[in-house]
Design a protein around this ligand. Sequence first.
Ligand code: NAD
Length: 456
Amino acid sequence: MSPERLVPHNPATGQPLDPVDCTTPDAVREVVARARTAQRAWAATPAGERAQKIRAVAQAIGAQADALARSICDEMGKPIREARAEARSIAARVESFITAADQALADDEGVENGIAMRVRWRPLGVVGVIAPWNYPVATPSNLLLSALLTGNAAVFKPSEFTPHTGALLHRLYSETLPEGLVGLVQGAGDVGAALVASDVDMIAFTGSIATGQAIMRTAAASMKRLVLELGGKDPMLVLPGADLQAAARHAADEALRNAGQVCVSVERIIVHADVADEFTRRVADLVRAVKPGDPRDEATSFGPMASARQRDLVLEQLADARRHGATFVVEGQAQGPGYYLTPTVVTDLKPEMTLVRDETFGPVVAIQVARDVDEAVALANDTRYGLGASVWGPPGPQLDAVADRIEAGMVGVNRGLSTAAGGPWVGWKMSGLGYTRSVAGMRHFLQPQSQARRAG
Ligand code: NAD
């Protein structure tokens, strides 16, 4: 019997790309077994040597940035310049991963009541890495680098929408690292579920909340370790005294980047009534200037959505908002060929709208108006999500206090969120379980072992 096949589509044209064979359940088990064998020698390799090999992987990814960018562009429609920047970002961040891993692997030591305690940090074994399509190089690499630098093997399942990019990325890891250490399985959710149910020790996942919940259920049977990086509904608070042009620029850029398909997109703008009209006018002017283009064209900054399914989800939310009385300042249009959706600016939103409640993941600037700061904070926190956020206003202790009240894992103050200087990439509430980056994030990929001895 011939294997099932994935047929990805070019979102700019709607045309099918070359098919890719799905991995059978038996083959999933074999890939995991090979990774387990390779992991033993990898775990015994000094951390410094492992880091050197990972640097070589990052270099290989950088050297293939153009090929990766073309593949990202063709499979999910990201404009080529942004796709190249994504591929190049790995080399730029690898040193911070290496530093965090080095610190995470160091023993913790202490003495109490005559007992000397040493905490050793041991690799877990094999980590299943399951990735989404929106950053098909950067997102799996964050998880793969974390797993590998801490002495684990990995088995990588790319999204069914970006299997060619996944295969190319996998080749760059596997050609540089020991045989079998990084395995590849291809397929849709059923193959992801087979990987979760397999003999892996941990699942590191980036994707939607619903899939994260499904993974938790499957992983419960064998009590697997989990890191789940999930969706967001990031608020951006704009308060009186903010630099309105800078805030409007940020809103337009970060609601529309990658056609709005970023986990930390600006999904909800909550603007104080005193500055709402001027802010809305400025954003609308910026958004009207955005022109969709061919993602392969170096001049394009706004391309198609990744799939017809994703575009239809956004259109459904916009229709629901219209039914509930929203005002469309700029009205997005579906355009073909391909899965284009031009940007929307919409106001007069109500809490019951799906556009306010659920992740949109599309090119929509959604504006809510708050009477005062307390209402703005309450609206920002009235969600099951808690990934990112930003607050905009006169810099100082008052604005810092507003940031402190936001229930999100990552908050930017007069800028977008960032994980510079060893900060964690982390969600709050239903936006995540466990986290990555930072020393503490690296330790999610390790098993602590307390060793007690008589002191002295
Ligand atoms: P998705 O959850 O549909 O799919 C993600 C991956 O999970 C795919 O590889 C898919 O095949 C696999 N999968 C599906 N069902 C599975 C199952 N039952 N068991 C195991 N694996 C399964 O998400 P998507 O549409 O690819 O990506 C978009 C989502 O990812 C958005 O919600 C976005 O916010 C989120 N995301 C989060 C971050 C973050 O850092 N928090 C980053 C990027 C994307």
